[in-house]
Design a binder for this molecule. Structure first.
Ligand SMILES: [Zn+2]
Length: 396
């Protein structure tokens, strides 16, 4: 392709020049791969996990208790029924949920239909392949082969992945010791909530600075004469939790506030109970003209998405509305945006004007900083956006 003479170069370095360090790295990787292949072809044994996997566990950005859990998973040290049986403790070795397989850690976290449902409900785009039995140690080993846009993306995805593993284990314990069967969706919600707290503390998540619009929608007072009802649910343990709500005037003066313990089978149920109690209090006190608000930034509501595409005469070209499951309001905004663009592609729209009532969304798009779980789809659509004239504005 280029008029240049052929020459030899060393493939293990980007610059093509041999170094002892890169040769050592190459040989270590080869040895690991040989060991891994051996471990996959034989029955699982912790001795056959490549040394780099063990080392990597302690370097992950996650809670120490989760690192310890991962280490035990690889070392067959988690007291699953299968491991207990191997240690001569007489228990039924089968999985308590599906009964179809021995309760190994890989079955609990990956292969069990309940685990598969949890991963399916997650926003990780991780689907456990059905044709092969996957091992956690194998995932830890091959993780580096996935391409992430940045180191931070990789760390955050891994951190969430580990939180889901940890909460799958906790859900199993809830079922075994307290006969409390959580839903797969709830397991992911709990994991995501814990991850969001960890993310906040570890990466100092701050929305990008806006150019001319606020990055997040501030808490706004209700219109004069109206009241605002804020509600929330906080889960503790064993289906227990606390609901709370507060009703305030447009000036911020509290009128009524309630906080009480409840028994709730799920987070969604708790949230629903909180808003129901708040509304019931409004009815009892003959209060009307109420604006509802929840300060839960990460999750907790069943969401629907809708949009409409109109032409320059205001005529409707297409509209869409669908249920997207459980997530944050912001996720719903992004889903709406992405689906709207998809419809525009289908209709071969050449001039696209996107209006959103979320100032935060507009700011995130302007700064090209959508959350990582949407980046892949955004990049997919950006090919189309590069070819057409488009803009996004905030409407009220
Ligand atoms: Zn199972």
């Amino acid at each position: 392709m280029f008029p240049r003479a052929d020459h030899l170069c060393w493939g293990a370095e980007k610059h093509g020049i041999f170094s002892v360090k890169s040769a050592y790295r190459l040989l270590s990787n080869l040895r690991d791969q040989v060991q891994l292949r051996a471990s996959l072809s034989r029955s699982h044994s912790w001795e056959e996990i490549p040394p780099s996997v063990w080392k990597r566990i302690w370097g992950y950005k996650t809670l120490p208790k989760i690192k310890s859990f991962l280490w035990k998973c690889c070392a067959q040290g988690v007291p699953t029924r299968d491991n207990l049986t191997k240690r001569q403790i007489h228990v039924d070795p089968g999985c308590i949920r599906c009964g179809g397989s021995a309760e190994t850690i890989d079955h609990l976290l990956l292969d069990c239909p309940f685990a598969r449902a949890t991963w399916f409900d997650s926003n990780l785009s991780f689907i456990v392949p059905s044709h092969t039995s996957l091992k956690l140690s194998h995932i830890l080993w091959i993780w580096k082969e996935y391409n992430f846009p940045s180191k931070k993306d990789e760390e955050e995805t891994l951190a969430l992945f580990f939180f889901v593993c940890w909460y799958l284990w906790l859900a199993r314990n809830e079922l075994v010791f307290h006969q409390n069967a959580q839903e797969a969706q709830d397991v992911f919600l709990r994991a995501h909530r814990a991850f969001a707290e960890f993310q906040q503390a570890s990466w100092a998540v701050t929305p990008p600075e806006p150019t001319n619009t606020p990055t997040v929608q501030p808490q706004v007072p209700p219109p004069p004469g109206a009241l605002k009802l804020n509600y929330d649910f906080s889960a503790t343990q064993n289906s227990k939790g606390v609901i709370g709500f507060i009703i305030r005037t447009a000036e911020g003066t509290p009128i009524m506030g309630v906080s009480e313990p409840v028994t709730s089978p799920s987070i969604l149920w708790g949230e629903a109970q909180a808003v129901l109690s708040g509304l019931q209090a409004c009815v009892d006190a003959h209060l009307d003209n109420i604006m509802l608000e929840t300060d839960n930034a990460t999750l907790a509501w069943r969401l629907g998405v809708g949009g409409i595409l109109r032409d320059h005469n205001g005529r409707s070209r297409c509209c869409f509305a669908y249920y997207i499951g459980v997530g944050s309001n912001f996720r719903a905004e992004i889903e709406g945006l992405l689906n709207g663009i998809q419809q525009a592609i289908r209709l071969q729209v050449k001039y696209l004007w996107i209006e959103s009532d979320s100032a935060a969304l507009v700011s995130y798009v302007d700064n090209n900083s959508l959350p990582w779980e949407f980046q892949q789809r955004w990049r997919f659509y950006s090919g189309y956006l590069a070819k057409v004239v488009w803009r996004i504005t905030h409407c009220f």
